[in-house]
Design a protein around this ligand. Structure first.
Ligand code: NAI
Length: 355
């Protein structure tokens, strides 16, 4: 396994390999960039096929967090943690506390939160070993699960994109294909249903699909059939790299935008979407709602500020779509350019202060 020469290692400040045999913990913490502030990012628990897959995931995810904070105007850096293991069978209080101790050893350079495979209740356990944690239960002065806020940000983003693309006043009457009916996907379906959109859904968990059919009058399709659905919008809300060689040519929608992190398997797929006339809404911009909320929890929760930040996702996306169109570049590249500009400005400011 390579680390320093790994293609996703680029520019990482620090990668920590965590091991606690007694607690059964094997984890990685990646801190990508702390120019704007302490690294903030979720802790995922997943039964990775091997250690290399876990490293690949944590490096790509932590880098995405740097860009997410930068594009959203947050004063945080990018980091992420992954615990190697099956959350259904291997998660124990001892393992979570051991993870808390690992986070604590970083003395505030990394602040952790929920992600796939971890829950608000898990963070009450992690909190026993570190105060560098957000997304805590309300009884521990936290703001609970950030997923509804992530879903709301995606909803605002989709509405702004539909306005930009079709001049649509709202999402009423549009068909949206939602992949993944977990914490974010479910809340997004709720918002879309309330707004009068029609839904086609898929999940590897068939009971969730059945519930969506009953609750939202959704059409359900098999997981591999979601890409070719005849819908105006495709919303990936499951795992990453779903926009890849196999799928981008199947898409029949006009807009792709959803909560999943790292949706593009490679940047080339962003260019393919552009040439096919499909508007891709960069993941780290449209899915920033949860980060905006947990960042506010860290700074002293302010619901008005969170509401304004989440509504702002639509405006940020619009600016990115316009700049991508003006320059004939993929939307993902235009979003990276926006985030990099903020980072460069902050580095110049820091250098000036140090001089
Ligand atoms: P979750 O674990 O609650 O839900 C994921 C859902 O996707 C599950 O229902 C699962 O069965 C389903 N799924 C897995 N593989 C699938 C496949 N191949 N096809 C269809 N469905 C599949 O996760 P959550 O919290 O809803 O997050 C979803 C995505 O959004 C993840 O990529 C996460 O990293 C990202 N995200 C989540 C945020 C949050 O606030 N929860 C914030 C920003 C990003």
């Amino acid at each position: 396994m390579t680390v320093f020469s790994h293609e996703a290692f680029v520019d990482h400040e620090q990668v920590v390999f965590v091991s606690d045999e007694a607690a059964g913990l094997k984890a990685l913490i990646a801190i990508h960039d702390t120019t704007l502030g302490p690294a903030l990012g979720g802790c995922r628990m997943y039964p990775y096929a091997d250690e290399e897959a876990a490293l690949h995931d944590v490096l790509r995810l932590s880098r995405g967090m740097t860009y997410k904070a930068a594009a959203s105007g947050l004063d945080f850096g990018g980091g992420k943690a992954v615990i190697i293991g099956d959350p259904r069978s291997q998660k124990t209080p001892a393992l979570l506390q051991a993870m808390g101790r690992a986070v604590d050893r970083l003395a505030g350079r990394y602040i952790t939160a929920e992600d796939v495979g971890t829950t608000v209740a898990d963070f009450a356990e992690i909190r026993k070993a570190t105060r560098h944690v957000v997304g805590l239960p309300v009884e521990l002065d936290g703001t609970g699960d950030p997923s509804p806020t992530t879903a709301l940000g995606v909803f605002h983003g989709l509405a702004a994109a539909a306005r930009h693309r079709w001049g649509a006043e709202s999402l009423t009457g549009h068909r949206v294909a939602v992949q993944g009916l977990g914490n974010v996907g479910w809340h997004l379906c709720q918002l879309l249903h309330e707004a009068g959109a029609s839904l086609t859904v898929s999940d590897v968990d068939s009971s969730r699909m059945a519930k969506a059919v009953a609750t939202f009058a959704a059409q359900a399709v098999a997981p591999e059939a979601i890409y070719a659905v005849d819908a105006e919008i495709f919303a990936p809300c499951a795992m990453g790299a779903v926009l890849n060689d196999d799928t981008v040519t199947q898409l029949r929608c006009g807009i792709v935008g959803g909560a999943a992190n790292n949706q593009l398997a490679s940047e080339d797929h962003g260019e393919i979407l552009r040439t096919r006339g499909i508007l891709y809404l960069p993941d780290f911009v449209i899915n920033a709602g949860g980060m905006i909320r947990v960042a506010s929890e860290w700074n002293g929760y302010d619901s008005d500020l969170v509401d304004r930040g989440v509504e702002g996702i639509g405006r940020t996306l619009l600016a990115i779509l316009q700049s991508a169109e003006a320059d004939g570049v993929p939307t993902h590249a235009a979003a990276l350019r926006l985030a990099e500009a903020r980072l460069t400005q902050a580095r110049i400011g820091r250098a000036a202060l140090a001089a």
